[in-house]
Design a protein around this ligand. Sequence first.
Ligand code: ATP
Length: 498
Amino acid sequence: MQEELMEIALKRNFMMPSNEIYGHTAGFYDYGVVGAAMKRKIENAWRELFLWREGFYEIESASVLPENVLKASGHVDNFGDPMVQCRKCRTRVRADKLLEDALKKNVEGMKPAEMDALVKENGVKCGKCGGQYGEVVWFNLMFATTIGAGEAEKGYLRPETAQGIFTGFPRIFRALGAKLPLGVGQIGKSFRNEIAPRQALMRLREFTQMELEYFFNSADAKHPRFDEVKEKSVRVRSAEMQKNNETGAHEFSCSELVEKKIVPNEIVAYFMYRTAQFYEAVGLKREKFWFRQLLPNEMPHYSKGNFDVEVETSYGVIELMGLAYRTDFDLAGHAKASSQDLSVHVEGQGRVMPHVVEPSFGVDRLFWAILEQSYRKGGGAEKRDWNWFDFAPIVAPFDACVFPLMKKDGLSEKAEALTQVLRHEGLSIYYDESGSIGKRYARADEVGVPYCITFDYESAEKGTVTIRYRNDGRQERVPIKGLGERIRGLILDGKTSL
Ligand code: ATP
């Protein structure tokens, strides 16, 4: 599955190993024309659900951060992984992952020296060559750089997008009317010098995050729209279930999660539901992902509740996003280190340091999970012989394809003119006139385009075209007038069969 999917992803230009002609450096992938179009759609679906519909806004902050910012956030001292190197073949691996695999033991929260003792006591040997491991050491995952010439200042590429939201908080807060609660998001690149990048897009050294910081007054940890979601349920693997070695996940309504104190407050439950809603909207199957409550030894000391969304993939269970109640840790830390007052005035309460709930999504892992879950094989019971993708229309790389039935008799020119009209109406259209119609349908299916519009002889005469639906291959004839609106409606309804 993985190899087959990767082959298609490369062939159809979903993605490309970065700088491939020089030999690929592990941990970097570029998105090709099909992939970049689809990634933007995923990001826009997140913008729509997590920002616009919530009345939240987005910023775009710097990717290079001076050392003092990341010292204050704790990244300079703590953001790393324990690493161990084979003395014989020099392969470096993450010591925690090594021990988890070799001893089936959760070593989260252990110090490098403790892990070192475990490696030695249990005689854990290199998985690649059987050689002996050296000492377990701490490796900071940030890419260090220098800012400016001469007496250069030390800096780092940001390991997450969130810090720019915290450092910009006072200005953003004032600009948006100085009121809590306040949500600020950011979509952008993050950089981590991962010890062992692997598994396609799952562990990259440069990847995209979509992060939201929801600032609120901890004396009023309510969500104004909680009523909308309280009866809705999400799939959760609680700490209790993990302690009792229960497998799977349970359905909990949002109000149950609050009553049973599985979540620290209704804000966390609210974002859990929105997260699940987003993942389903972009095409993940509900039964394939769940929220795992982190165990006390997995949580940072300041956290009052952490959940990871985990998804089943061909690489095993992978973390897709983290949802954390980070209290006032970030703002308080930056206030202290910068000697700036980051607290806000709350009527009747005076100065208050806002608390934060942070949903932190990765785009790349989600992109791959969507590819895996949408992949359909041709042949057998399938009518078509080719493999195709069953993408949700909102994330399909193109909204529709436009084909002239033939290249002759002026059909090409008219189909191209129709393409331009649809593009001006804001739709992303792939125009294709090469090869037989059947081949063009196959090419469209192979990148998961939901609708193929064919301009034929009747179109020229009667002002109608055919729309072919991707999933059942059936066609309907519709007027050209209002076609853009019609396609937009189909996308919003998620309709993929006639
Ligand atoms: P992991 O434990 O897998 O290293 P993390 O807990 O460090 O991940 P977070 O810091 O919570 O990850 O980042 C939020 C999200 O960013 C992750 O859930 C994931 O989707 C994405 N992400 C983090 N690291 C990577 C990476 N190296 N490659 C691709 N995506 C990543």
